[in-house]
Design a protein around this ligand. Sequence first.
Ligand SMILES: Nc1nc2c(c(=O)[nH]1)N[C@H]1C(S)=C(S)[C@@H](COP(=O)(O)O)O[C@H]1N2
Ligand SMILES: [Mo]
Length: 317
Amino acid sequence: MNSIYKSVPVRSSEITPKELFYSRRDFIKASGLIAGSAALAACAPSATEAPQKAGPDSGPIKTDELGDPANTYEEITNYNNYYEFSTNKEAVAPLSKDFQTSPWTVEVGGLVNKPQTFGVEDLIKKFTQEERIYRLRCVEAWSMVIPWNGFTLASLLKAVEPTSKAKYVHFVTLLDKKRMPGQGAQGYPWPYEEGLRLDEAMNDLAILATGVYGEPMLPANGAPIRLVVPWKYGFKSIKGIVKIELTEERPNTMWNTIATNEYGFYANVNPSVDHPRWSQASERRIGEFSRRATLPFNGYTEQVASLYEGMDLSLHF
Ligand SMILES: Nc1nc2c(c(=O)[nH]1)N[C@H]1C(S)=C(S)[C@@H](COP(=O)(O)O)O[C@H]1N2
Ligand SMILES: [Mo]
């Protein structure tokens, strides 16, 4: 997780969306430049001239509630953190493309009255499906805007009825070295595991996602089912979930086990608490060329700040 300074090459896909293409051509015409690849590269969009982004269906541009355009489907599905496949963000998509995501079950148990194992299809049928356009802020100081499809984690938790003893929710990724070649890497306590406090898990922003841009989720994004908690650093949003367990004790999380002082349990996006090795004050939105300020709770303060009342946020990184 220390490759933040690695530059991301401009993909042809960042140039192809027609809205972007035409706006650049207009600029080229206006400035009297000759259209060509060098000229196109030279007038890369700035942060003030927000690039227009299109989805796989080239339908209307989707934006988040702050008005920021969603990243392209290309960007979202080809620049990924998924250490079970590779630590190289651009290698995840090719290495995971044939990963079998069906059949797939999620075991939901622990301190609940109604433990149950669900097929992913059943979850999609049973719970109200929604689109949520969320910012994803990686702890490595890059971000994207992603239109997810999924359902609230609260709806699933209510269905299994947590007992009064349940205080936390523990999530576990599939463990299968044959299918997830990155799990052969030494030094990681596989399987990937994550956790939330029960009240965080019940917050309406927390979803289990099964799709992106209205398409079934691809393996690179965590298919068939992954968590999305947009006010926390990206590593909390665990992919390829096979088990959800309600517990009384705070669960282990893989990144906290590896580096306790770098990746806390809470991991709420907080521009005023730096990572020990880099600043968290700003971020690079994938597809943009200048940095932007990181927002407290990744811009979701209104929805989540009450969860942390009375906590010293400067300590809970
Ligand atoms: N199982 C698992 N989940 C994971 C990861 C991982 O390596 N393994 N990486 C995390 C990190 S660091 C980030 S930033 C997000 C990236 O999600 P995306 O590739 O869909 O953008 O997934 C998170 N979930
Ligand atoms: Mo991340």
